[in-house]
Design a binder for this molecule. Structure first.
Ligand SMILES: Nc1ncnc2c1ncn2[C@@H]1O[C@H](COP(=O)(O)OP(=O)(O)OP(=O)(O)O)[C@@H](O)[C@H]1O
Ligand SMILES: [Mg+2]
Length: 250
């Protein structure tokens, strides 16, 4: 399962993606969680210490043979790079992130290709990928999201989020992802998911309630799963993992 969380700024991508990745380990897959937002947030919901470092530049080398710009250096596989450089959560999720932005025109070409080559090389079987993509339209739908087989558009039941959700749904479809679906977040009332479906045109595959435990966890700088593993938002994400996992295996 290769799931990219996209959505308007503040919709809940980082909060949900980290919890989702941790729960996904229960399926038995190895899980790579990827934060490609230069304004990072995924470490907090994964429950790992925040660090500024991304993949080192020397993870790739020039590829004269294939004429591609870069290949993984020293003949290493994607799995080896992940094992060497990822931070691990308590459940064993492997976590990689884009390093700290060093100015508005920060040169990150080698890191960018490093991620692409790792993701290209990671075997489909036995590995799941969960990506926390930035808000906005450019990065998620051009190069950074192309590894995804599912775009999960996180939508709040507010007019602004619904409008963004509809636009993001179109962009994700144009990007050619095999599956584009919505995840309703901060659900307050019974008609919220239906409204999200009507306004975005997307199938709503999960409904995460507006959960005070999530807000408390964020305020305390603790991951939701560590703050309250029985929180309603965790239960909703567990249902989502089960639904997507059984769909894959049916
Ligand atoms: N289900 C929920 N219940 C209550 N609060 C939530 C829920 N989901 C997210 N939030 C809150 O919404 C805020 C934004 O969440 P988050 O940072 O995950 O969004 P994001 O989509 O990653 O934003 P950005 O685009 O800025 O990276 C946070 O304060 C978080 O606590
Ligand atoms: Mg975020």
């Amino acid at each position: 399962m290769r799931v990219a969380f996209v959505g308007k700024g503040g919709a809940g991508k980082s909060s949900l993606a980290g919890t989702f990745a941790r729960l996904l380990t229960e399926t038995g897959d190895r899980v790579l969680a990827l934060d490609s937002d230069p304004m990072p947030g995924l470490a907090f919901s994964l429950g790992v210490p925040h660090v500024d470092t991304g993949l080192p530049d020397d993870v790739v080398e020039d590829d004269a043979v294939d004429g591609r710009r870069f290949r993984l250096a020293d003949g290493r596989s994607g799995t080896e790079v992940v094992e060497q450089h990822a931070t691990r959560t308590t459940e064993g999720v492997y976590f990689l992130q884009l390093g700290k932005a060093r100015g508005p025109r920060w040169e990150n070409t080698r890191q960018h290709f490093g991620f692409q080559r790792v993701l290209d090389d990671l075997p489909g079987a036995g590995w799941s990928i969960v990506g926390d993509l930035p808000g906005g339209t450019r990065q998620p739908f051009m190069t950074w999201g192309r590894w995804a087989d599912t775009y999960l558009v996180v939508v709040e039941p507010t007019p602004a989020s619904l409008l963004s959700g509809r636009r993001l749904a179109r962009l994700a479809e144009m990007a050619g992802a095999p599956q584009v679906v919505a995840l309703a977040n901060k659900v307050r009332a019974s008609g919220d998911a239906e409204r999200i479906h009507e306004r975005t045109g997307l199938e709503v595959v999960g409904e995460v309630p507006l959960d005070p435990a999530q807000a408390q966890a964020d305020r305390q700088g603790v991951a939701l799963l560590d703050h309250d593993p029985d929180a309603p938002a965790v239960a909703a994400l567990r249902c989502l993992v089960d639904a997507l996992h059984s769909e894959r295996n049916s």
